[in-house]
Design a protein around this ligand. Sequence first.
Ligand SMILES: Nc1ncnc2c1ncn2[C@@H]1O[C@H](COP(=O)(O)OP(=O)(O)O)[C@@H](O)[C@H]1O
Ligand SMILES: [Mg+2]
Length: 439
Amino acid sequence: MSFKWLKRYMPRSLYGRAALIIILPVVVVQLVASFVFMRNHLRDITTQMTLTTTREIAVVLDLVDEADSAAEVLERADLLMAALLVGFDPVSEAAVPTSDDIGMFDYSAHVVREVVRDSLPQTLAVEMPDNRVVRIYVSTRHGPVEINFNRRRVTAAAPHQLILTMLFFGLLMTAIAFLYMRNQLRPITRLANAAEAFGRGRIVPYSPTGAIEVRAAGGAFLDMRARIERQIEQRTMLLSGVSHDLRTPLTRMKLGLALLDEEDAAPLLRDVDEMQRLVDAFLDFTKGASEGEPEKVDIKAMVTQVVEDAKRAGKDVSLVETEGEGRVMINALAMRRAVENLLGNATQYGTKAEVSVVLTEKSMRIRVEDDGPGIPEAKRVDAVKPFSRLDPSRNQNRGGGVGLGLAIVNDVARAHGGVLRLGKSDRLGGLRADIVIGR
Ligand SMILES: Nc1ncnc2c1ncn2[C@@H]1O[C@H](COP(=O)(O)OP(=O)(O)O)[C@@H](O)[C@H]1O
Ligand SMILES: [Mg+2]
C-alpha cells in the first residue's frame, strides 16, 4: 500500500508540516479520550440518578397497589406527590401511548429508559420529548397512571462543559505552540534567504542562530560562502593582474612600432591590436557579473538602448517583440554586457540579429536570434565554457574571439539565479540564445 497520493494533501511548508505533526495527534487523543470518558461517565451518573428516582416511584406504586379504591389512591398519592416532587395522574387506557418517545441521538434518554424498564417492570411507556420532562406510564391495580418529573432528576445538567473547557485550553495551547514554533523556524528561513541571495550573487549579512542543527548548517554555509568568495576573488585578481600588466608593455610596443616604417610595422601592429583585444576580453570576463550592483531596471528600455547602440555601429539588429511591462531587480551593468555579447556573436557569425523581450509575473526572458550557422546541439555545452572556440573553420575571416563571450553571458545569467539557454532559431535559422531569469 502506497501513501503517495497523501503527499498532495500535505502542507508544503515546514511550518505547516510541523503544525500538523504536533496538532493532529493531540486533537485525536483528546477527541477519543473525551468521547470514551464522557460515555462511561454519563452512563454511570444517569444510571445512578435514575435508580434513585425509580426507587421512590416504586414506593408510591406499592402504596397505590395496597389501596382499596381509586379514590383512596388519589388521596394517598397526593400526600407523597408533594414530598417527592413527582406528578401523579391516573389516566384512561386510551391515553397511554403505544410506544416510547425518545430522541434518536439522546444518549442519556436511552440509558434512562433502560433503567426504568428494568427496575419498574409494570412500565407501559416512557416519554422524554425534550430536555425538561420525563413521563412514565405504569399499570396499577386501579388502572394506568402517568408519572412525570423534571428531567434534571435523572440526567447530568451540563455534560458539554467538559468539552468546552477542553476545547478552550486546547486552542490556547495550540496558539502558544504556534508562536513557539514560529520562532524555531525563523532561523531556517533566514538561512534559506541568505543561501538564495548568495546563489544570485548577493551577499546578505547572516549569522547562525537557533537550534544546534540549524546553527551547524548555518556555520557550514558561512564557511562555504567564504571559500567561494575567496576563490572568485583569486580568479579575478589573477586574470585582471595579468591583463593589466600586459597592457603597459603592449602600449609601449605600439609606440615603438609607430616609429618603424609602415610596411614592416603593419602585421606587427595587427598582432598587437589583436593582443590588446584579448587582454580587454580577459578583463571583461573577470569583471563578469561581479561589477555593479543590483537595482530595479526597466529591461525594455535597457535592451532598446543596446539595440540602438548596435544599429549605430552599423549592425543589422532589430528589436522585434516585447511582451509585459515592469522593472526587474538586476545588475544593469552585467546584464548589459551579456546582451551586448550575444548581439556581438549574432552579428559576428550571422548577418542580422533579432532581439525580443518577454516579461511575465514570474520570469524575464531576453532572446537573441541570428541567421548564422548556429551551434549544433552536441557542442552547445562546450561553447559556453571559457576559452572555447568551436572548430575554427567555421569562424574563418570573422575575427575569432577569445572564446569568453558566452562564458560571460552564462556567468551573468547564473549570478541572477537564471540560465543561458541555446537553441536553434525558428525565425532566422541560426542560433537562438535565451537569458531566462526569475523575478
Ligand atoms: N551566434 C552564433 N552563431 C554561431 N556560432 C556561435 C554563435 N555564438 C557563438 N558561437 C560559437 O560559440 C563559440 C564561443 O562563443 P564565444 O564564447 O562568444 O567566443 P568567441 O565569440 O570569442 O569565439 C564561438 O567560437 C562560435 O563558434
Ligand atoms: Mg563572442
